[in-house]
Write a protein that binds this ligand. Structure first.
Ligand SMILES: Cc1ncc(COP(=O)(O)O)c(C=O)c1O
Length: 366
């Protein structure tokens, strides 16, 4: 049998690569402290740390006071990887067995529905755990109604299974500072927590930066840790954040296209003059957004090039103009030179989705 090249044994078969700048992650954590100096920080590292790598990010964020994930399995993976920090599971537990795992692994749980409260009060646990009662102040996703809080709080306080009780809520529109729901949610949260002696948490990244009244004792940053801006009107750089994920590939072809000829599936781009185009080895199979529009910027040899036509599974086309380019040149899809927020805008989505998708693709052979 013919021996394949050594690269076949590395498990990396993608040309599109994700690189993570760990010191930028630490820098962004310091930024959170600057915005909320009095608060404890719960770093949100769900969805594989927004695509950046669950364990790596958890280890790098050793200065965070606690961590938050969505699912029990993410928390189990953190404990299995040696993480001993307080970890909050935002979805909480689904059944008695999961609750017992939480207790044994000392995971904190959200309680957002009666079923969970009931299980928590009935079961005899190996050891007590920290409970975060989630109040729905207007987002209408997970959470109990504000008028149920007193009763939940009293029952948790009196349970042997509960060590400390916290109260939390989540904003629906913190990225839109003018939205009146922000203040309504905040007022509702203050009204129900005012008379109880408890540590509270409400602020995500956008609220950390723009709604200081929502900081309370513990803030929960996610996207700002990864160097992306939650706001349409301010860039991550202007917020003092540093890029963490660099998503790159290489140029694999250069060719001429004549005026009137079209490019790619669906022929969605037709050249209006003779052009030189390049083909980049990255597509939606690598986590690049298929809905990126014609004209989405791509960075090559210190210049922005415009995306041409539809994204394929493993390639995309760009206008090389008069750019001096060669096959094998490095192409930045997003990163330091080109903000993921900008690519997200061109793709009618948010950076959260792009980061998660590129990270997910990279973790399967990236
Ligand atoms: C409950 C909760 N808190 C905090 C965050 C962090 O939000 P962001 O990434 O916008 O900072 C999230 C993320 O969706 C969340 O679901």
């Amino acid at each position: 049998m013919i021996e394949p090249p050594a690269s076949a044994k590395t498990g990396h078969w993608r040309r599109a690569r994700v690189k993570i700048n760990l010191s930028a992650l630490s820098h962004n954590l310091c930024k959170v402290r600057e915005f909320a100096p009095e608060c404890q920080i719960m770093a949100v590292i769900k969805a594989n740390a927004y695509g950046h790598g669950l364990l790596t990010v958890a280890q790098q964020l050793s200065d965070a006071d606690m961590l938050a994930v969505a699912m029990p399995e993410e928390a189990y993976a953190l404990r299995a990887g040696g993480c001993s920090k307080p970890i909050l599971v935002l979805h909480g537990f689904c059944d008695a067995m999961e609750l017992e795992h939480f207790s044994k692994l000392q995971l904190s749980t959200v309680v957002h529905q009666y079923r969970q409260l009931d299980l928590l009060l009935k079961q005899k646990l190996s050891s007590a755990l920290d409970v975060w009662i989630k109040v729905d102040t207007g987002m209408h996703r997970l959470g109990i109604s504000p008028d149920e809080l007193d009763s939940y709080f009293g029952q948790c306080r009196n349970s042997k299974n509960v060590r400390n009780v916290f109260v939390m809520s989540h904003f629906a529109n913190a990225d839109d500072s003018a939205n009146s729901l922000n203040n309504n949610q905040l007022v509702s949260f203050i009204n129900v927590t005012n008379d109880i002696d408890v540590d509270c948490s409400m602020a995500n990244s956008a609220a950390i930066m723009r709604l200081p009244k929502s900081h309370f004792e513990i803030v929960r940053p996610g996207i700002m840790l990864y160097g992306s801006s939650p706001f349409a009107d301010v860039s991550a750089v202007d917020l003092g954040l540093q890029v963490v994920m660099q998503f790159e590939s290489i140029l694999i072809d250069i060719k001429k296209v004549k005026a009137g000829e079209s490019i790619g599936y669906g022929s969605t781009y037709t050249a209006d003059k003779d052009i030189t185009m390049g083909v980049v080895a990255a597509g939606y199979g690598d986590g690049y957004p298929r809905h990126a529009r014609n004209g989405t910027p791509v960075w090559l040899n210190n210049q922005r090039c415009a995306l041409l036509g539809r994204i394929s599974m493993d390639s995309l086309c760009i206008d090389l103009n008069d750019l001096d380019a060669s096959i094998g040149d490095r192409v930045v899809l997003w990163g330091k030179e080109l903000s993921v927020d900008e690519v997200a805008q061109f793709s009618d989505t948010i950076a959260y989705e792009l980061l998660c998708n590129a990270g997910a693709a990279a973790s399967t052979g990236g």
